[in-house]
Design a protein around this ligand. Sequence first.
Ligand SMILES: Cc1cc2nc3c(=O)[nH]c(=O)nc-3n(C[C@H](O)[C@H](O)[C@H](O)COP(=O)(O)O)c2cc1C
Length: 177
Amino acid sequence: MTARPEPPFLYVVVCAAGIAAGVGELIEAARERGWATGVIATPVALNGFFDVDAVAERTGRPVRSAWRTPAEARPFPPPDAVVVAPATFNTLNKWAAGISDTLALGTLCEAYGLGVPIAVLPCVADALAAHPAYRASLARLRGMGVRFGEPYTGEPLPDGGRPPFGWTRALDLLDRP
Ligand SMILES: Cc1cc2nc3c(=O)[nH]c(=O)nc-3n(C[C@H](O)[C@H](O)[C@H](O)COP(=O)(O)O)c2cc1C
């Protein structure tokens, strides 16, 4: 009997933007497209920005946020691709600067060197996006081959609702598994 091949593994990095509450939609869409997923949240995102238990149940793995101890085995297999959604102003600037003081940032900094595809859906208000450091960060990350979805500001529509985030854009930016 031949062993069934493991599905390719997608890291989903979740930052602390209000829209993060909907990340289950991305995980479900990834599963439908043949990805297994593991979620790495920033420490702030872990603090009430999405339903951590529901996401852990959906992915079948604990949500990671803290570094493992040296004695612990790596809880996730190495990534075949990485998605950052939603990506905050803070995390994008720190990543571009090579700062690695959270597991999420360390994972992103390392992903470039691993050469795996990285897709990003920023969620950054226009007032923050105007900052020159942000524009420089995006230029640097694009120069590293990072793939970006259209900007999303999260600004409310005239009717008070919010435009859809379009989670699956992140998967469209990746090569098919
Ligand atoms: C309710 C709420 C919603 C937020 N939404 C956003 C957002 O859409 N984009 C963003 O860049 N920051 C947003 N922030 C600010 C970030 O949470 C803050 O900058 C945080 O330090 C980001 O941490 P992280 O990049 O490590 O996830 C929001 C904060 C709160 C309290």
